[in-house]
Design a protein around this ligand. Structure first.
Ligand code: SAM
Length: 206
């Protein structure tokens, strides 16, 4: 007997299928990370790397660091991978992954030494604020995977998001604003090149 769409049974089946997909995606990410990070104990992470312009240039300028860029959008990651291939870089890896899932699946022996969140989606409507990446729960989870003294670099052209992120940061127990720190590497991202102005925030893990 087939289960009709819209029945309780149908919803139950679709939900089960969704859970199986999530599980498969997590297992794939876990395997990919284990394989790619063999022998690596520290990484620089860019969350929402888009087409990878910024991180590719960062990796080329810092050959002693292993750099990982993640983004939700597959074709952006494919372009980023081609860029790294053309540059012949061995210290940069791009993965299609969601930030929270990445933190969960990152092998335990790997610590994040530096994080970049550049021009993240600002989610301007109040009902969407819960989607903003700079939220208390995410900062907490991120801190758990960062080495002591790790720095989180956040940059946005959205004034209201900047103020929100500053407030979230001020009440985060595991992060402190690094007011004296300077921005470590300047390269325009795609979104930066379109912005009239922007603000930056640097936090240090306690
Ligand atoms: C506004 S774009 C900025 C891209 C790039 N950083 C730049 O400045 O040009 C934000 C990017 O973050 C990605 N993104 C949003 N939420 C994410 C998440 N939870 N995990 C990973 N990537 C995410 C989006 O797919 C998008 O490519």
């Amino acid at each position: 007997m087939t289960v009709e769409e819209g029945t309780i049974e149908g919803i139950g089946e679709r939900y089960q299928a969704h859970l199986r997909q999530v599980e498969e995606r997590r297992n794939r990410l876990n395997q990919e990370l284990k394989t790619s990070l063999t022998g690596i104990s520290k990484i620089v992470l860019e969350i929402g790397c888009g087409h990878g312009h910024w991180l590719t240039d960062f990796a080329a300028a810092h050959e002693d660091r292993f750099c990982m860029g993640i983004d939700l959008i597959g074709n952006r990651i494919e372009r980023a991978k081609r860029k790294v291939g053309r540059a012949g870089l061995k210290n940069a890896l791009f993965l299609k992954a969601e930030a929270t899932e990445l933190l969960e699946q990152l092998p335990r022996g790997v610590g994040i030494q530096s994080v970049f969140v550049l021009f993240p989606d600002p989610w301007p409507k109040k009902r969407h604020w819960k989607n903003r990446i700079m939220n208390p729960d995410f900062l907490d989870r991120l801190s758990d995977r960062c080495v002591k003294g790790a720095k989180l670099h956040f940059r946005t052209d959205h004034t209201e998001y900047f103020e929100w992120a500053s407030k979230v940061a001020a009440s985060a127990e595991k992060w402190k604003r690094a007011s004296d720190a300077s921005w470590p590497f300047e390269r325009e991202t795609v979104f930066q090149s379109k912005a009239d102005s922007f603000q930056s925030l640097i936090l240090e893990k306690q």
